[in-house]
Ligand binder design. Sequence first.
Ligand code: ZN
Ligand code: ZN
Length: 371
Amino acid sequence: MSMDLTFLGTGSAYPSPHRGASALVLRTEGDCWLFDCGEGTQTQLMKSQLKAGRISKVFITHLHGDHLFGLPGLLCTISLNLSPSPTQPPACVDVYGPRGLRHFLRVALSLSGSQLLFPYAVHELQPTADQCPPESQPADAPEASATESRHPQERPGRTIPLDVARDCYPLLEDERFVVVAFRLFHRLPSFGFSVQERDRPGRLNTQLLRDLGVKPGPVYGRLKSGESVTLESGRVVTPDEVLEEAIPGRKVCVLGDCSALVGDGPLQACRGADVLVHEATLGDGHRERAVEHGHSTPKMAAAVARACRARKLVLHHFSQRYKPLSLGTEGGEDDVAELRRQAEEALQDTGTEVVLADDFLTIPIPIKRLH
Ligand SMILES: [Zn+2]
Ligand SMILES: [Zn+2]
């Protein structure tokens, strides 16, 4: 199964002609999952190879506008481009994000009279008090949203509390993926997401099966799916005996804006990530200012990559002062390549690769090879 990550916006605070506001897409076999949706994400999508209509899930890391303001407009445009089919009702778009997101979307879509041709559901993560400074705790107004009427296309969503034992938020599990969220510290409660692909069963050792007298047929499928089978002779063949080593699933982790991790959950969820996407808003020379605004520097991002033994660290969410490499602004104080050097220096003994994201950069995530 092919898998890749495309950055649609890599700038912080606002979209500029050089860097869009935060958004990236994880694509697997044509299915697109969108992470954050800053203003202008829909036009960035149109300029990319991706199709907005393929977005089936949206994950919002936190409620700052540079990660969220593009979402109502994007949903409306997906709807405009949808041709209603009488035979196949459109699938529900699942949106995951912090508490308050349901209210935001409901108000934005309802007040603007936006009609959607497809249903959507918002699944809210309940933040804990230690995810932001006390003065910026979001106002708690559950009563207000309980009495609001839902948008006609809104389906009931889940409210997901922290699973204290695992220090994470279980979001979804299907036959291909397990997705959890974890807590980050920022000016507003922020979250990261870990997408773990399930391991694939190894190949069947057909020679051994023949030697055991197992004939090709449905029995092969049962063994491959992990079931033991009993032969006519009474001999039980277990999958372990006849399956080669499983192919480990890939892991992609996307962190929202942060100046620190909260609890043990983030490192547990990101352990051994194939790709770790982490913000680096300002260079290490501006560390104090970065932290003051709830942000990270390349060295701070590298420390997270080191702690979870990530194979690849992708930096994004750059201050708009750092122009893309393609503009050829190397050498100055605002040279974005300097951010990569800072992270590389902090990771030089680890083998972790550092990548600078630019708008429209696509990173393939190949199937792991067995050694
Ligand atoms: Zn931001
Ligand atoms: Zn932010």
